[in-house]
Design a protein around this ligand. Structure first.
Ligand code: AMP
Ligand code: GLY
Length: 424
């Protein structure tokens, strides 16, 4: 079969790498892809939200399945678009319809949904310009730090965590005043949860589900989790504290109620539900839903999935995921993300990346790269996701760090402490 994969980051290169291993795949197309995906299939220069161009490409290239990597096309309704077109409605789309994507597209909707299903989460208050005073009173009732979230998609930047009440009140007003454009016309104020986070990925056909390997990502630019937030500087899978007992709580208290809630509310869901959760003294609290795989978690998780990903996706599309097998490598996979100097602030693009071909003990997934006549060049803040699988986290990290040190581009940077908080 021919598959069209939407997206252009490390997550999509990891998906492409895995899909390519399936003997069911004839040809892989990636829209728009990067220099890494170009080595595994054909990149099409189409954005994931350009539905008419995607429809044309699907016809031209006889696509049998569409796999959507990022959230933006899902929230914009790519799956609904396919269902509404007579020529496209028979083609499976892996990723939910817009009604399901709201779990990520609206934090207010997600919080209300969690409450309706009785899923443990932080207390919250939704605020618009119409109830600012109520929001300020709620802030006053909380202990610091204060968590404020833009309701809508804000490219991962819409969450502010502030220590002072006065700052929080000011930030609330600024957010409502358009700090994140329309995305912060509604602001969700939340009680702060303290604990360690992890990412749980649930593959579902709407009825059955499989929990994919659990992972932890590292969001801050600086070592010891300091400095500015980024798209993700590294990931580790599995997560030692997410043992069988903890995952049993996650399944009983979150996964099953989520799937049941979607069914009760008449929301079909074919794709991935990503639970971003906090381990608060052994009990999971749900921080957020996403409706796609995490990045860079995917680049680690994918190395541990031994089963055929095309087969699993067919299970999602056909409603028989229960008949598919999910085999997981018991080892540890890690990802070290190599970024361009200056990121997450301003950074250069177009620098040649040297010696990629020298890496043998890791898989280098491309994130922000582009193929040019001069070779592969940097084309984003997060440039490479260097991933390794080994029997222990230490060995996997050793491999990724040796590999990261082999490649070179101007002002490259990576954190040397991925997994620091998981070491015994
Ligand atoms: P989100 O965009 O919802 O993933 O939030 C970004 C980050 O903010 C999360 O990964 C957490 O580290 C942090 N965060 C969000 N909500 C809370 C909360 N209620 N308590 C503590 N930290 C939070
Ligand atoms: N790594 C977190 C995310 O993809 O949202």
């Amino acid at each position: 079969m021919n598959i069209l994969l939407i997206g252009s980051g490390g997550r999509e290169h990891a998906f492409a790498w895995k899909l390519k291993q399936s003997n069911q795949l004839d040809h892989l197309y990636i829209a728009p892809g990067n220099a890494g995906t170009a080595q595994l299939g054909t990149n099409l220069s189409i954005e994931g939200t350009d539905f008419p161009s995607i429809a044309k490409a699907v016809q031209t290239h006889h696509i049998d399945m569409v796999v959507v990597g990022p959230e933006v096309p899902l929230v914009a309704g790519i799956h609904d678009f396919f269902l509404s077109e007579p020529d496209l409605c028979h083609i499976p789309v892996i990723g939910p319809v817009a009604a399901g994507a709201r779990l990520e597209g609206s934090k207010e909707f997600a919080k209300e949904f969690m409450l309706r299903q009785g899923i443990p989460t932080a207390r919250h208050c939704s605020v618009t310009l119409d109830n600012v005073e109520e929001g300020i009173r709620f802030l006053g009732s909380l202990r610091p730090p204060y968590v404020l979230k833009a309701d809508g998609l804000a490219a991962g930047k819409g969450v502010l965590i502030l220590d002072q009440l006065q700052e929080a009140v000011e930030a609330l007003r600024n957010m409502l005043g358009g700090m994140f454009g329309n995305a912060s016309a509604t602001v969700v104020i939340e009680e702060y949860l303290s604990g360690v986070e992890c990412s749980v990925f649930v593959l579902t056909d709407g009825i059955h589900h499989k929990i994919l390997p659990v992972a932890k990502d590292y969001k801050r630019i600086g070592e010891g989790d300091t400095g500015l937030n980024t798209g993700g500087m590294g990931a580790v899978s599995p997560v030692p504290f997410a043992d069988e007992a903890f995952m049993h709580k996650v399944e009983e208290r979150m996964v099953l109620p989520t799937l049941e809630g979607l069914r009760k509310e008449g929301i079909p869901f074919q794709g991935i539900i990503f639970l971003g959760l906090m381990n608060c003294a052994g009990d999971p609290y749900l921080i957020e839903y996403n409706v796609r795989m995490g990045d860079p978690e995917t680049e680690a998780v994918i190395l541990r999935i031994q089963s055929d990903l095309v087969e699993l996706f067919k299970g999602v599309a056909e409603g028989n995921l229960d008949e598919k097998e999910l085999l997981v490598d018991p080892g540890t996979a890690v990802t070290v993300v190599v970024v361009a100097g200056g990121y997450p602030g301003s950074f250069a693009k177009g620098d040649v990346i040297h010696r990629l071909e020298k890496v043998t003990e890791s898989v280098v997934f491309h994130a922000g790269t582009k193929a040019t006549e001069a070779g592969v060049v940097t084309n984003g803040g997060r440039v490479l996701a260097v991933s390794s699988l080994a029997e222990t986290m230490e060995n996997a990290l050793g491999a990724s760090y040796r590999s990261a040190a082999l490649v070179e581009f101007k002002e490259m940077y990576f954190r040397k402490d991925i997994g620091f908080d998981l070491k015994h």
